[in-house]
Write a protein that binds this ligand. Structure first.
Ligand code: HEC
Length: 149
């Protein structure tokens, strides 16, 4: 009985974020450009945390310098831009959040996956800034991995 009531309450509130998600793109034209990937969407400290996680969880396959080996693709340079340019940061985040490390997908915290995303952006020459990259996938989906303007 309690469970049913809690569930109904949940459903009423669940409509709100979904509605915002639909409306946001219409009104956030300004905001979106202030979140441009070339204006600094992660902090240096965050990329450094990501590097620590990377060396522990990822380097055994993708190598310490991120250039990849065997079946593990390079995560820097042309290998990175060929795959990710024109996509958005949520897609990059999700490829790790739901697929990596390959032997234990999803085993890290959302924050660690955001930190890893920051480290990959840093390693591919995208600038750091004042605010941390969040792990909110709706927000990440608004940020395009674009060419340097
Ligand atoms: C056991 C080996 C292994 C480990 C450990 C591993 N990866 Fe991978 N990774 C792969 C392989 C193989 C692929 C390509 C196949 C796939 O996408 O599943 C891949 C694909 C990726 C991709 C997509 C790249 C592209 O061009 O498609 C990213 C990003 C990535 N890995 C990041 C990471 C991160 C970050 C970690 C650490 C949390 C990690 N990987 C740990 C083997 C590994």
């Amino acid at each position: 009985m309690n469970g049913v009531r809690a569930n109904m309450r949940y459903r009423r509130f669940a409509v709100t974020p979904f509605f915002l998600f639909l409306v946001t793109p219409l009104y956030s034209g300004q905001e979106q450009s202030s979140l441009g990937i070339w204006e600094g969407i992660y902090t240096e400290a965050q990329a450094t945390r990501g590097q620590t996680v990377y060396q522990a969880e990822c380097a055994s396959c993708h190598r310490q310098d991120l250039t990849g080996q065997d079946m593990s693709p390079s995560l820097v340079g042309v290998g990175f831009s060929f795959k990710w340019q024109g996509r958005n940061v949520q897609e990059l985040y999700a490829s790790m959040r739901y697929g990596m490390p390959q032997i234990a997908p999803g085993s890290l915290s959302n924050r660690a996956y955001a930190d890893l995303t920051a480290f990959l952006l840093f390693s591919n020459g995208f600038p750091s800034g004042d605010g941390e990259l969040s792990s909110d996938e709706d927000q990440l989906a608004l940020i395009e991995i674009s060419r340097k303007p």
